[in-house]
Design a protein around this ligand. Structure first.
Ligand SMILES: [Fe+2]
Length: 167
């Protein structure tokens, strides 16, 4: 393509690039460039990309259906004794059922004591449900129990529960 096609007479491409769009033909030339740059501008921002980082509930008093379907809900005692086994249950879809089909399902659930890894369960569509129970024993805890799940279509989601460890 001849870049000079459509330029005002005597105007170079370099000169035209720095000017307002004086003619329809020149507009056409620049619209092509805008389309190219619009590909970059339509790139999803990090905070809007479900697959970038970990998703969390934004407003607990006004949860969206997406949040209700993906939040891993932890059921565990609020206080446990050091070194004693206690049960932790993690349910995805407790607040609103999540699909469980090959094209859309929960791939795994993980449990952490704050940032210390405890357990992981890989899941398959249809034949398993995204509900797990684990016996856990803690010497101490730095903070919350944290559960993570990954939906193949909607990324990783975090849920948490307060817990204290007593002597
Ligand atoms: Fe999903």
């Amino acid at each position: 393509m001849d870049l000079k096609q459509g330029l005002a007479p005597g105007l170079t491409v370099k000169e035209a690039a720095g000017r307002k769009l004086p003619t329809n033909k020149l507009n056409h030339l620049f619209i092509g460039e805008i389309k190219m740059s619009s590909n970059v501008m339509t790139t999803v921002k990090c905070e809007e990309d479900l697959f970038c980082g970990v998703n969390m509930v934004k407003d607990w008093d006004n949860m969206t259906d997406l949040e209700k379907k993906h939040l891993p809900v932890i059921t565990a005692p609020k206080s446990v004794r050091k070194g004693e086994c206690f049960e932790v249950m993690i349910e995805v879809g407790k607040l609103m059922q999540h699909p469980n089909e090959p094209g859309h399902y929960i791939e795994f659930i993980e449990l952490y004591a704050d940032h210390t890894y405890l357990a992981r369960m890989d899941l398959t569509a249809r034949r398993t449900s995204p509900i797990i129970k684990i016996c856990v024993s803690l010497d101490h805890v730095h903070g919350k129990l944290r559960a993570y799940e990954r939906c193949n279509l909607h990324g990783v989601w975090e849920g948490h529960a307060e817990i204290e460890v007593t002597d």
